[in-house]
Design a binder for this molecule. Structure first.
Ligand code: GAP
Length: 466
């Protein structure tokens, strides 16, 4: 077997282990599992929701709390249907599809061309010339048709054309149509941004790779409104900011890259675009896009709503339509990247006698992202020890997400916490009853500190920064 296929099998193996760990430990479950599951939909379990919330909190802190030039928003998922005409989604948010005339399966034309090593310039591509058949049954394929990715539903009691409405395929449009509201109410001077986290829906034809591409997902988007002459400068600025943020939150720099879109790749709204890509086990894939959207969006919303969205520069008296620099990331994709990146297998570590020769999994998540910050582990279930342990637990959980575990050996309990990325374990032993001290073990260094219970809060304040 070649080295290359060895490597790709290892990668597939890693993905399988991660999917299995995600389910077993309560990070991510298949949606509707007891009914056989529903394709491409996932539920976040008790640890998954903590990780996801921590990621959102970290993003919000970076993008809103620490900045004076960005304000937050939570706009509704259902919006006026004209918004999707103005945004270009009704016309242009499509995938090129072909159907198999024999088995009736549907495929993305560009993916089929790519799989044959043909540049996916699908609109000119002649499937017949390249003799491309159905990859499942070798049947003949139909002509390429454009398929709109928006989910359609009806609002109100009637199901007719007039009541048709869409689930938003991006959170961005909710920001553009609130541009004036936010600018006026938050009294923002140019340049400024609006940030939003929320669900988006796309009827993807080829969802897959676990939570990487799904039909329901969450985005974290920020739209930065600038004078057109400054657009290029801010486009560069936001690429760097966002690229550095993923590293600051712990992603391995060697696995991240910035990739600039070629002109024929650009979305209908973009003047220029750069992707932040992560080296997932299945391929280098996009985590976030940074786009220079020009004045496309505000101009179209002016046109379709009849509302003047221009800015008056008080100093120069110039009236202009701002350009928009967008940072658009996927929360589910990022959660997956952070899990993949943190996933570490190692020889069972010293001090863990009952685990000799076994390998151990450690999820080396950044402390701010770890679902559980501290685990409290009494060495025995004796009443006196439990009493003291419960009081330590009660004290710490006021400030940190904590776990309390008395089951099985201490070695097994350490391993369970390592596997979910808990940065600190506090063990309470019989000496603790006398000296009122506990042992704090660090997940990564395995260093142990003996800390006075009264000083635990200060100890962890220093470790976590809060
Ligand atoms: N407002 C611009 C916009 O939505 P996009 O590149 O289509 O741009 C932005 O999407 C981000 O949203 C992507 O980088 C990705 O992280 C996430 N995303 C897009 N489609 C997704 C899907 N089907 N499943 C999961 N995440 C998705």
């Amino acid at each position: 077997m070649s080295k290359k296929s060895d490597k790709s099998e290892d990668k597939q193996d890693t993905m399988e282990k991660i999917v299995s760990l995600a389910k077993r430990r309560g990070f991510i479950f298949q949606s509707s599992e007891i009914y056989g599951g529903i394709n491409s939909c996932y539920d976040y379990g008790p640890l998954g929701i903590e990780l996801k919330n921590n990621l959102k909190k970290a993003w919000w802190k970076e993008m809103v709390q620490l900045r004076d030039d960005v304000a937050g928003l939570d706009s509704s998922i259902l919006m006026h249907p004209k918004i999707w005409e103005a945004s270009g989604h009704l016309e242009g948010f499509t995938d090129p599809l072909v159907d198999c005339k024999k088995c009736k399966k549907r495929f993305r034309a560009d993916h089929l061309l790519e799989s044959k090593g043909i540049k996916p310039d699908f609109r000119q591509a002649d499937f017949k010339k390249h003799k491309i058949k159905c990859p499942e049954c070798d049947g003949e394929l139909t002509e390429i048709r454009d398929f709109n990715l928006m989910f359609k539903t009806f609002m109100g009691a009637l199901e007719n054309k007039a009541s048709e409405i869409y689930l938003r395929p991006e959170t961005a449009q909710g920001i553009y149509v609130n541009f004036e509201n936010v600018r006026m109410s938050a009294n923002k001077k140019m340049p400024f941004g609006i940030a939003q986290i929320g669900k988006a829906f796309r009827n993807e034809i080829t969802p897959g790779n676990f939570t990487f591409r799904t039909r329901e997902f969450e985005q974290m988007e920020m739209q930065y409104f600038v004078h057109p002459a400054e657009a290029e400068k801010w486009f560069e600025y936001w690429q760097q900011q966002r690229f550095e943020w993923y590293q600051k939150m712990g992603l391995n720099k060697a696995k991240l890259k910035l990739r600039r879109h070629k002109n024929n790749e650009l979305a209908h709204y973009a003047k220029a675009a750069v992707d932040i890509e992560y080296d997932f086990p299945f391929a280098d894939k996009e985590l976030e896009g940074i786009h220079n959207r020009g004045d496309f969006d505000l101009k179209r919303h002016e046109e379709f709503s009849g509302h003047d969205l221009k800015i008056l520069d008080e100093d120069s008296k110039e009236k202009y339509l701002p350009y928009i620099i967008e940072t658009s990331g996927g929360i589910d994709r990022s959660v997956l990247a952070f899990i993949v990146d943190a996933y570490t297998e190692m020889e069972a570590r010293s001090g863990d006698k009952d685990a000799k020769h076994e390998t151990e999994t450690v999820l080396k998540l950044h402390k701010d992202l770890a679902p559980i910050k501290i685990a409290i582990l009494p060495l025995s279930k004796k009443e006196k020890l439990e009493e003291l342990s419960m009081s330590v637990y009660g004290q710490l959980k006021e400030n940190y997400m904590c776990a309390y575990d008395t089951t099985q050996t201490i070695g097994k309990r350490y391993r369970r916490q390592d596997e979910i990325g808990t940065p600190y374990c506090v063990t309470i032993d019989f000496d603790s009853l006398e000296d009122k001290k506990v042992t704090v073990r660090d997940r990564d260094s395995m260093k142990q500190d003996r800390v006075n219970i009264k000083e635990l809060r200060d100890y962890f304040r220093e470790k976590f920064g809060y």
